[in-house]
Design a protein. Structure first.
Ligand code: CMP
Length: 147
């Protein structure tokens, strides 16, 4: 079914100049980029975005990392966009991605479990929450997730 998902190029991805290669992979894989914006997260916004991980030991470092530079956020649309974008980015651990998913985006530009270059919503509910987190609150555009 037609879906929208939130994709993000994290600070290491922007710093490493991977944006054009990542967008190339996105378009080649049949996604439409409906929205795209560069934002800088402050500590409060990064903490709220990753609230579900707030009790994890890596959380403080994750917030530091995500506030270390600008990120690029995109709304992607295609059939089965949520699962397909997760498949295209590969496993969370970029070292594992290089070993088992050599064609994935994290194999191309990720470093480890934390600095993994890109983000993708992991479910329909997350996609809905994450898209409105970045877009609907500010633009007022409504991204209906079911067609
Ligand atoms: P993401 O898929 O965006 O969602 C949660 C993020 O937390 C993840 O990517 C990584 O950046 C980070 N993360 C997840 N697991 C670990 C870990 N074991 N160590 C450090 N960072 C992690």
């Amino acid at each position: 079914k037609m879906e929208k998902t939130l994709a993000m190029i994290k600070p290491d991805g922007l710093r490493g100049n991977y944006t054009e290669r990542i967008k190339g992979a996105i378009v080649e894989s049949g996604f439409r980029i409906l929205e795209e914006r560069i934002v800088e997260l402050d500590e409060d916004r990064a903490s709220r975005f990753y609230a579900e991980h707030s009790s994890r030991s890596f959380f403080p470092n994750l917030v530091k990392y995500m506030t270390s530079g600008p990120v690029c956020i995109m709304v992607l649309e295609k059939q089965n966009a949520i699962a397909d974008w997760r498949a295209l980015i590969g496993p969370t651990d970029s070292v594992k991605a290089k070993a088992t998913h050599p064609n994935s985006i994290r194999a191309m530009c990720g470093l480890d479990s934390e600095k993994n270059c890109v983000h993708g919503s992991d479910s329909l509910l997350s996609a809905q929450r994450e898209i409105s987190f970045f877009f609907e609150e500010e633009t007022g555009n409504i991204y209906s997730l079911s067609i």
